[in-house]
Design a binder for this molecule. Structure first.
Ligand code: NDP
Length: 252
C-alpha cells in the first residue's frame, strides 16, 4: 500500500471539476492518455458511466473519481484535506452552468435565485477551489491553476444577452487575473501560474440548444486538445492570460 501511494505521488497530477461529461470528461481522457494521474470530480459519481469506463481503461490507480458539488464549500475543504499530501500539478476549474431556462435572464423578469446559482458555480467555486488546493498546487512541478472561461465573459466582445453567464465568467476572470497579479499574496514568487482558457463553441450538452438552431460547434476532442496545448505553454511570465483556443489573447 505504501509503495502504491509513493508511485501515485511520483506522477504528474491533474484535478478536474465537472469531469463526468462534456469538456471536463475530455480533459480527463486526454490527460489520462498522457499518463497523468487524474483526480476527476463529479456531482454524481454513481451516474458517471463514461468516467467509470475511462477509469476501467486506465486503472483505478491512475484515475480517482471523487464526489463533489462545487457549491458545497465544506465538501471542497474535505476533498482538499483528503489530498493534502498530494502534489497537484494542474487544477482545472471546469464545472460550469449557463443558468437555465433562458427566460430567467429576460430583463424585467430576472430570476435572481438562478443568477445566484450561476455565480456560485462559475465565479465563487473557482476561487474557493484555488484557496483550498493552493498548497497542493504549490508543492507540484507545474503549479498551474486553470479556469475554463468563455469569450462571453469578455466585456469588449459582448453583444448582450446571457447576463448571468457573462457576468459570472467576467467575475471569475477578474479574480484569477487579480490573483496572478497579487503581490501581497506573492503568487508569482510562489511560482503559481494562473490561466483562463476558452474552448470556443464546443459540442457539449451546454450547447445543445445552439446546435439545434444550427450553430457550428467544435468537437470536444479538438477544443480540449487546443486548451491543453495552451495550458502547456503557460509560464510564470504569461500567468494571468485569458487565452483563446488558438493561443491568441482574448480582450477583457
Ligand atoms: P456541460 O454542460 O456539458 O458540462 C458541465 C459540467 O459541469 C458537468 O460535468 C456538470 O455536472 C458540471 N457541474 C455543473 N454544476 C456543477 C456543480 N454545482 N458542481 C460540480 N459540477 C457541476 O458543459 P461544458 O462541458 O460545455 O462546459 C465545461 C466548461 O466550459 C464550463 O465552465 C463552460 O462554461 C465552459 N465553456 C463551454 C463552452 C461550450 O461551447 N461548450 C464555451 C465556453 C466555455 P453534472 O453532470 O452533475 O451536471
Amino acid at each position: 500500500m505504501a509503495l502504491f501511494a509513493q508511485a501515485t505521488y511520483a506522477t504528474t497530477t491533474v484535478l478536474i471539476t465537472g469531469a463526468n461529461r462534456g469538456i471536463g470528461l475530455e480533459f480527463a481522457k486526454q490527460y489520462a492518455e498522457r499518463g497523468y494521474t487524474v483526480i476527476a470530480t463529479a456531482r454524481k459519481p454513481e451516474k458517471a458511466t463514461a468516467l467509470k469506463d475511462l477509469q476501467s481503461k486506465h486503472g483505478a490507480q491512475n484515475i480517482f473519481i471523487e464526489q463533489l458539488d462545487v457549491t458545497d464549500f465544506a465538501a471542497i475543504d474535505a476533498l482538499a484535506e483528503k489530498y493534502k499530501d498530494q502534489a497537484i500539478d494542474i487544477l482545472i476549474n471546469n464545472a460550469g452552468i449557463t443558468g437555465n431556462p433562458p427566460e430567467t435572464q429576460v430583463f424585467g423578469e430576472i430570476d435572481y435565485a438562478v443568477f445566484n446559482k450561476v455565480m456560485q458555480v462559475n465565479a465563487l467555486a473557482p476561487l474557493k477551489m484555488t484557496e483550498a488546493f493552493i498548497n497542493q498546487v504549490e508543492s507540484s512541478e507545474q503549479k498551474k491553476i486553470i479556469t475554463v472561461s468563455s469569450s462571453m465573459g469578455s466585456i469588449e466582445k459582448t453583444f448582450g444577452s446571457g447576463y448571468f453567464y457573462r457576468a459570472s465568467k467576467t467575475a471569475s476572470n477578474m479574480m484569477m487575473y487579480s490573483l496572478a497579479k497579487d503581490y501581497s499574496l506573492k503568487f508569482k514568487k510562489r511560482g503559481i501560474i494562473i490561466g483562463m482558457v476558452n474552448p470556443g463553441p464546443t459540442d457539449t450538452d451546454m450547447m445543445k440548444a445552439m446546435k439545434e438552431r444550427g450553430a457550428k460547434l467544435r468537437s470536444t476532442e479538438l477544443a480540449t486538445r487546443q486548451m491543453i496545448s495552451n495550458i502547456d505553454g503557460l509560464t510564470i511570465k504569461t500567468s494571468g492570460s485569458f487565452l483563446q483556443y488558438d493561443g491568441t489573447i482574448l480582450p477583457w
